[in-house]
Design a binder for this molecule. Structure first.
Ligand code: BTX
Length: 248
């Protein structure tokens, strides 16, 4: 393989040089009953983002999906997305990148002081289950690691561009350790998230299915929804209702 992924992580990791989407492979494993499994690829040829957007995933990245079977209600699933963004941002910071978190699912590098940023990583959480109980969760984490920025879409950056190449084995190990820690401490997720959030305190425009709102992002709730202070009062936006969020 292109990378030797001998990990001591608390997950059994399946490695691919190239795959369609690690989330699709992880969904298969989840359906077969896997728990605490991860799928990792050097390249994806059918990487997916939210809302059927494409995710560019050339060779050199960290394209990772983790299967969990937590005893939680689906309403708490967004905390897994926040936990993954905290874990990713921390691993990137240890690699020398000024990584911050943009609600709901991006890890970004700030550019200047006006809220602008470049996207370093994205999270795609998918689940199966009943209304009161999750059966499985697949958390997909895509990190532009050892990739030239000009091989990526506009507005993207990479660990290589920010800080030089990273040892992907160590990066994934750290990311999975942090993710595992917050999986078993869901109450600790929001406090850890706040410390790295770029979004809090920003004036933002949120495109929702229910229409657009503008205001100051003041906090996230205990289930990971964003609280926006608008001229008409406080509005809570669930991650699943957010199509776009940008600073204004
Ligand atoms: P998103 O819907 O928030 O962002 C997708 C948007 O980001 C795209 O429309 C494009 O504008 C931009 N974009 C595409 N590729 C990149 C990139 N490599 N870097 C920066 N910006 C990009 C974000 O979705 C969630 C992405 C999750 C990706 C992981 S990779 C492992 C797993 N497998 C899989 O298929 N998806 C997840």
């Amino acid at each position: 393989p292109a990378v030797e992924y001998e990990l001591e992580a608390p997950f059994s990791v399946e490695y691919h040089d190239s795959v369609g989407s690690t989330n699709d492979r992880a969904r298969e494993l989840a359906t077969e009953g896997a728990a605490d499994a991860a799928v990792l690829a050097d390249e994806q040829v059918g990487g997916r983002g939210r809302l059927e957007r494409e995710w560019a995933a050339p060779s050199g990245g960290v394209w990772l999906s983790v299967v969990s079977r937590p005893a939680i209600a689906p309403a708490k699933a967004p905390l897994y997305t926040l936990a993954a963004s905290v874990a990713t941002a921390r691993a990137a910071r240890e690699a020398g990148v000024d990584a911050r978190i943009k609600w709901p699912n991006d890890v970004v590098v700030p550019v200047g002081d006006d809220g602008d940023y470049r996207k370093l990583a994205g999270i795609l959480t998918e689940m199966e289950g009943e209304t009161d109980r999750v059966e499985w969760l697949v958390v997909g984490i895509g990190v532009n690691a050892n990739i030239e920025a000009d091989a990526l879409p506009d507005g993207a950056t990479s660990v290589r561009e920010q800080a030089g190449d990273v040892d992907r084995r160590r990066f994934v190990q750290r990311l999975l350790e942090e993710f595992d820690r917050y999986r078993s401490d869901l109450e600790g997720v929001v406090p850890a998230w706040r410390e790295l959030a770029l979004t809090l305190g920003q004036q933002v425009r949120v495109d929702r299915r229910a229409g657009e709102i503008v205001g100051e992002a003041v906090d996230v709730t205990e289930s990971g929804a964003l609280v926006v202070e608008t001229d008409d009062g406080r509005v809570t936006v669930a991650a699943g209702d957010c199509e776009h969020l940008r600073p204004v």
